[in-house]
Design a binder for this molecule. Sequence first.
Ligand code: DCP
Ligand code: MG
Ligand code: MG
Length: 359
Amino acid sequence: MRHILHADFDAFYASVEQLDAPELRGKPVVVGGSAEGRGVVASASYEARGFGVRSAMPMRTAQRLCPEAVRVGARFDRYREISQRVMSMFRDLTPLVEPLSLDEAYLDVTAVATNGEQPAMIAAELRRRVKVELGLTISIGVATSKSVAKIASDMDKPDGLTVVAPGDERAFLAPLPIGKLWGVGPKTAERLIAAGVETIGDIARQDEGWLVGMFGKHGAQMRRLALGEDDSAVVARRETKSVSAETTFARDTGDAEMLQEVVNRLSQRVAQQLRRKELQGRTVKLKLRLSDFTTFTRQRTLPHAVQSADELSRSAGELLRAELYGRRRFRLVGVGVSGFERSEAHPEEPRQLKFVGFG
Ligand code: DCP
Ligand code: MG
Ligand code: MG
């Protein structure tokens, strides 16, 4: 049996702003772009949520719901700094830390619990340490699986601790709305509700064949999750520090046009990864290997963070052209990006499928 924690900061961006500006504490605060610029709410303090303000809502709507809310622009560098500190606190406890985004992670504390400590005590101590050392509150769910721990961490927000004891998973899940279950997005929920299935307990009671008929393989998994059965492992991950792609040629070349084409292709691959991870970076790097195997990199830091293939291939292309002289021939070319700033979140994406920033 595993013991898993899911930890998630309360109103992360907004709480960091209240931490750094004490005059904002106790007040409705929203972080995000301006209403004039068609901005959206990235994070709303719990005071603002009392007025109905939510993440991913247009800032204009937020201001209508709560005119006295203070809007603050996002400061990704600061959020990342705090994220790194909390992740390292998690890693003090166990190397099995799987970050899901800047403000949340799964921790497998099975080995810690085997030493005689109760998982609930481990979680309580962790929450205390975060509060004392970072001045922020984090909510934690404790369970025997990732999916139950994640649902549990959300049950008692903000500043909550929810423990689902081994064996209680099914009873804990049963009364909850189906939308809480991993993989049940709005469309799936609509179809289930139309069939009279409203709670996770309703899913658990369904015949597996019926669910498979409706949703295929996914239906079977849905039922297992509804029963509290999930044996997926916590996969330790480090924060992505750079993203790159490279290629080795079958024959060395010094052909400028061909090399630029390769740079374009590599830039597309890098851009695709950046998009998937919702990252954008300011430092573009070109890696080159000559026919004599000498390998070196050239890099430049741009005034703005970039994500698109066009911008990448332009910068990497400039670095390349400076290296094309004499009879130089190349064996390998690579393109990379580092110096990340998180790109704006995509609020239209289903949140449960969001997987950002790490890999
Ligand atoms: N975020 C964002 N856009 C979204 C959702 C989130 O930019 N649509 C950012 C801002 C959040 C942070 O990610 O502060 C963490 O997301 P959470 O879903 O954990 O939301 P919060 O931490 O803000 O609130 P909660 O207390 O519900 O966890
Ligand atoms: Mg959060
Ligand atoms: Mg989160």
